[in-house]
Design a protein around this ligand. Structure first.
Ligand SMILES: [Zn+2]
Length: 257
């Protein structure tokens, strides 16, 4: 991604409006571009300032939609998803700035003390919830989710259904972890989600065990030639229970398909 393209996407990025692939490309550019880093930091400061200086009130849920429609009508905002301009700052009054800031804060502060791949997995988990990009395929049926990955990955992740145990399978997603495409299988526990990342351990087995950062738990292990990382904001015990059940149902030799 070149600088001009990146600069144009900083606003939507800050708003959590970019899809995962674009996010990753932008972050790659950001890592090496001081100017974009500075612009992004400036935007964040502005959001904080507006947030601090603006009287709080509870907006109607339709305010954001109405604002966007009005802005688009004035041709100041050609497309809500792909542009960023000062007029869009009005959007921040919709009350969503708080949520965005909270998520940004989470993204920023959970970075130390974990293995790199665990940190990446937590960031992916947060991003999947933040960008409304939890699932590429939504299904509670393992026989739908598993074949969905065929042709998208060069390996076949085992998809286990734990619905009967209170951890229903709800879908799958293609994600990027450890510099490669990986399967993310999504499970739900009450109002919480678990991202279970699965990829071949041929290059390197991951450090197994539990790591915790800012309320997110990550449990990693390697079995049957695959690395597994389960990430969630669930309590440690519940996540351990989940992992125990996944491990028990993962067969040692992968069935030929
Ligand atoms: Zn740049």
């Amino acid at each position: 991604m070149n600088h001009d393209e990146a600069a144009r996407l900083l606003g939507p990025y800050q708003d959590g409006e970019l899809d995962l692939a674009t996010c990753l490309k932008l972050e790659e550019h950001l890592a090496g571009c001081a100017l974009c880093q500075k612009t992004l930091a400036g935007q964040k400061e502005l959001v904080e300032l507006i947030h601090a200086e603006t009287p709080r009130y509870k907006p109607s849920p339709f305010l954001k939609t109405r604002l966007e429609a009005a802005l688009r009508a004035e041709k100041t905002l050609p497309s809500a998803k792909s542009s960023w301009n000062p007029a869009a700052l009005a959007w921040m009054y919709s009350g969503m700035a708080t949520a965005v800031m909270a998520l940004l804060a989470v993204g920023v502060f959970l970075t130390q003390g974990m293995p790199e791949v665990d940190r990446e997995a937590v960031a992916n988990h947060v991003r999947s919830l933040q960008a409304n990009h939890l699932m590429d395929v939504a299904s509670t049926d393992q026989h739908t989710v598993k074949p969905w990955f065929a042709g998208r990955l060069d390996y076949s992740p085992q998809v286990v259904d734990l619905g009967a145990s209170g951890y229903p399978l709800i879908g799958g997603r293609l994600d990027v972890l450890d510099h490669r495409d990986v399967a993310a299988i999504i499970y739900q526990r009450r109002k919480h989600y678990i991202n279970l990342f699965i990829w071949p351990s041929d290059a390197e087995s991951i450090r197994s065990g539990l790591f915790t950062r800012d309320g997110y738990h990550v449990i990693g292990w390697t079995k049957a030639g695959m690395n597994y990382l389960a990430v969630s904001e669930l309590g440690e015990k519940e996540l351990r229970d989940f992992v125990g059940m996944i491990q028990a149902q993962t067969v040692e030799s992968r069935p030929g398909e």
